[in-house]
Design a protein around this ligand. Sequence first.
Ligand code: HPA
Ligand code: ZN
Length: 323
Amino acid sequence: MKTVKKAELHVHLEGTTTPALVKKLAANNGAELDPSTFKSDGEFSWSDFWDFLRCYDKAAAAIQSKDDYRAVTYDYLKRCALENTIYVETFSSPDHAADAGISYTDHLEGIAAGIDDARRDFGIEGRIIVTCVRHLGPEKANSVAQKFVEYPHPYVVGFGMGGDEAQYHPKDFAPAFYKAHDAGYKTTNHAGEFGDCQSIRDTLTHLPVSRIGHGVRAIEDPNLVSELAERQIPLELCPGSNIATGLYDGYEQHPFDQLKQAGCVVTLNSDDPPFFATSIGKEYERVAAVNGYDEQIMRQITINSLKSAFCDDALKEKLIAAV
Ligand code: HPA
Ligand code: ZN
């Protein structure tokens, strides 16, 4: 699959930081890292999804300046480009930046500089989806949405939400999502990962989303799968992430192919690659191998992603032509 051009729509920027880069940034910043962040082999240490979210926060705390955000972005896009990825839409979390003392605009400018540098050096294109964190609650989400509309940036193409799906209800975040939507932006929400079909249905009912983050557990309700297929709502599937967090035993058990066969718009993504021992290239390799997909099918998955991307049409067309 090395020659297949790839695109990614669902990856958390703070969650792309490798243990090596986390340690380097912490050392440069004179910041003390919580030793429980890493296992004895140097990899990130976490036991389940909720513990992963805590580990994510500890690692993200090492990112402490605009230039750190540039470095994290550049490092990730470089790794993606080396796997023949041409486009990455990354989630960024102003709440994590704020916790580390970085302003909303500084964090965006840092990421944008990383995108510019990676384009110059590797030809890869990147855009940003600003995300709020569900378990931090609706008030924090509203203030992220407020900043989002107050400080537009040419690389910011959408609004999203990650975090713990068990906390609050999608309708609690309707004001934040509609603020972004009414300002002309597309949105996506994590649903149907650790939440069930109802979480996806509630998202579709209450939030103006154009895509679903994960959505994989729609497979538990054939009617919902049919609805997603009929409405052609793209699913940001992340098999390696789901396997690492224990939702499925392996790629063989992951319903990627079932959702695809049912006519859903499937896209393939890495979510938080160093935490889940994966990369966008590995996801393409593994999903293709397990399901017997040839290069043509994998190219179609890239095209699904590019068609579902939140960037402008001119860029989409240029990228699709390159696939
Ligand atoms: N799921 C939900 N929230 C997240 C994730 C994830 O995989 N990564 C970072 N925040
Ligand atoms: Zn995610």
